[in-house]
Write a protein that binds this ligand. Structure first.
Ligand code: F6P
Length: 520
């Protein structure tokens, strides 16, 4: 596979710099709308299940045209196609990246012809069918009232976020708990309210070596035995690539997946079992269908009408030209409360990199800091800074047109607030009194779903996955490894032993001082 061209090596890069200096840095959104009656139409983009308004952003048509040319010069389309056909685009681990295969309908012709992909799709569907049969059986089993997912990172964030988001579809009479932290307070707090004969533990770990998950799983097994629990086979299930390790722990019921599924892209695999139990097989298939529709949009829509690509171009424009360091995500739906946490891993673990595919240090910035809270709450906390702070912090709103509750008035008020924020950020309000002055011209994007359904959630997540991949491709980085999490894991093992022994030899003064205090 040839090395893609990095954005800063394209002929468009200096042109973008020149355009930014001439017309980008000082772009005024109010004037831009006044001067272009078609601005909303041009910068809005329908995609499967998601409508996006990108018009209240600090760019113009010329910037976008240059960015699109730059993406073509980078070979974005070729890199996208390489991912979809199963080439080893995760070059530092020598792996294909095929989470899109997990949502590909059986029998649909494959986009490429690499020999391992067709059998892989068959395995995907055989595993999916078995997992969904099991999910429906658990769903119908009144003996199980509590489902506890034990997993961390990609083995927690996706199912946790999605179970909350799709609460309207949740099986009545079932409670879902998510234990991720190695901090025993979390597991202890959950176990306190459980009865072993009514509980199903799902031990979710791609590698089945992650220290947090292994520790929590062992403690859950010990608790189960202590409480007189019988039949581990009924009450524990493992979701993992490493089936042997699960068996070695005594867990015989397993659902597997494959090393070409990255942890943060694994909601669509067996890792989605808690969600499948919550919303049933039909719901889970709906989630996959929505994601597949977005996959097809990303794979086939021209770059200029391709929503993940347009979002990635905006991200790059903001990070590398405007120099904005973060993006605030405000979902205007209480069910999407965990979406910022989920997208933090997706974006920052994927694109928080400082070297390119060849390992060379990058001269430009990559992933922004992603952060946020549900919109209505955020308004009464940090939105002050969005409106009047010294930094420009682009806001991304996710709103849902229809609600799934009967309470009159609430939803209209919620949507009005979402709209009011984007309007206020842009138009501002002049005042002689500096404290009361709103400068306006602050950027925001608006993503709108018709309703929060399994399909629309699937499409929304796939949109974000492809956006992250597209921006990572333009920066020339590998969005699919995460070497940066390794060093801390190694040092923690060493320090755990030193906490027990008190050995301070060779430690820096700060670590030694803190370790002594921690030992008491
Ligand atoms: O430490 C980071 C990480 O490897 C993530 O990428 C992953 O989602 C998480 O740990 C959990 O890994 P596993 O599913 O193997 O337990």
């Amino acid at each position: 596979m040839s090395m893609p061209v990095r954005c800063d090596a394209t002929p468009q890069w200096p042109l973008l710099r020149a355009h930014f200096e001439a017309a980008g840095r000082d772009l005024d959104l109010r004037q831009a709308f006044a001067g272009d009656t078609q601005r909303f139409a041009h910068f809005s983009q329908p995609a499967p299940h998601v409508f996006a308004d990108l018009s209240k952003n600090l760019w113009d048509r010329q910037a976008e045209a240059l960015l699109l040319d730059m993406a073509r010069a980078c070979g974005l389309e070729q890199r996208r196609d390489a991912m979809f056909v199963g080439q080893p685009v995760n070059c530092t681990e020598g792996r294909a990246v095929l989470h899109t295969l997990l949502r590909r309908p059986a029998g649909l012709a494959l986009p490429g012809d690499l020999p391992f992909v067709a059998p892989a799709l068959e395995q995907v569907h055989a595993t999916l069918d078995a997992m969904l049969d099991h999910a429906d059986a658990v769903r119908a089993d009144d003996g199980i009232t509590d489902v506890v997912n034990i997993g961390i990172g990609g083995s927690d964030l996706g199912p946790h976020m999605a179970v909350l988001a799709l609460d309207a579809y949740r099986a009545p009479g079932k409670r879902f708990h998510f234990v991720s932290n190695i901090d025993g307070h979390e597991l202890h707090g959950v176990l306190r309210g459980l009865r072993p004969e009514r509980t199903l533990f799902l031990v979710a770990s791609k590698t089945f070596t992650t220290i947090e998950t292994m520790t929590n799983a062992r403690s859950a097994l010990a608790w189960f035995a202590d409480q007189g629990g019988r039949d581990v086979a009924r009450h524990f299930t493992a979701l993992t690539v490493n089936v042997e390790a699960a068996r070695a722990l005594g867990i015989t019921r397993t659902f597997g997946f494959w090393d070409w599924v990255g942890g943060r892209y694994s909601l669509w695999s067996a890792i989605g079992l808690p969600l499948a139990i919550a919303i049933g097989s039909a719901g889970f298939r709906g989630l996959l269908a929505g994601a597949h529709a977005m996959d097809e949009h990303f794979r086939t829509a021209p770059l200029a009408q391709n929503l993940p690509v347009r979002l990635a171009l905006l991200d790059l424009w903001y990070r590398n030209f405007h120099g904005f360091t973060s993006r605030c995500l405000a979902p205007y739906h209480a069910g999407l409360a965990r979406l910022p946490a989920y997208l933090q891993q997706l974006e920052m673990e994927s694109n928080g990199k400082r070297v390119d595919l060849a390992g060379r240090p990058l001269p430009m910035a990559t992933s922004p800091v992603l952060w946020g809270e549900p919109g209505s709450n955020g308004q009464h906390a940090f939105f002050q800074m969005l409106h009047q702070g010294s930094d420009v912090l682009p806001l991304e709103i996710v709103a849902v047109r229809q609600c799934a509750h009967p309470l009159p008035g609430h939803h209209e008020m919620l949507l009005a607030n979402a709209l009011a924020q984007t309007q206020a950020l842009m138009v501002g309000r002049a005042s002689e009194d500096g404290h009361r002055h709103f400068p306006g011209n602050r950027p925001s994007s608006f993503l709108l779903l018709d309703a929060l359904t399994p399909a629309s959630l699937g499409a929304l997540i796939a949109l974000q996955e492809h956006r992250v991949f597209a921006s990572g491709s333009l920066w020339g980085i590998n969005s699919f490894d995460q070497w940066g999490v390794e060093l801390g894991k190694v040092l923690a093992c060493d320090l755990q032993q030193r906490l027990a022994s008190g050995d301070l030899s060779g430690l820096d003064a700060s670590t030694a001082g803190l370790l002594s205090r921690l030992r008491g």
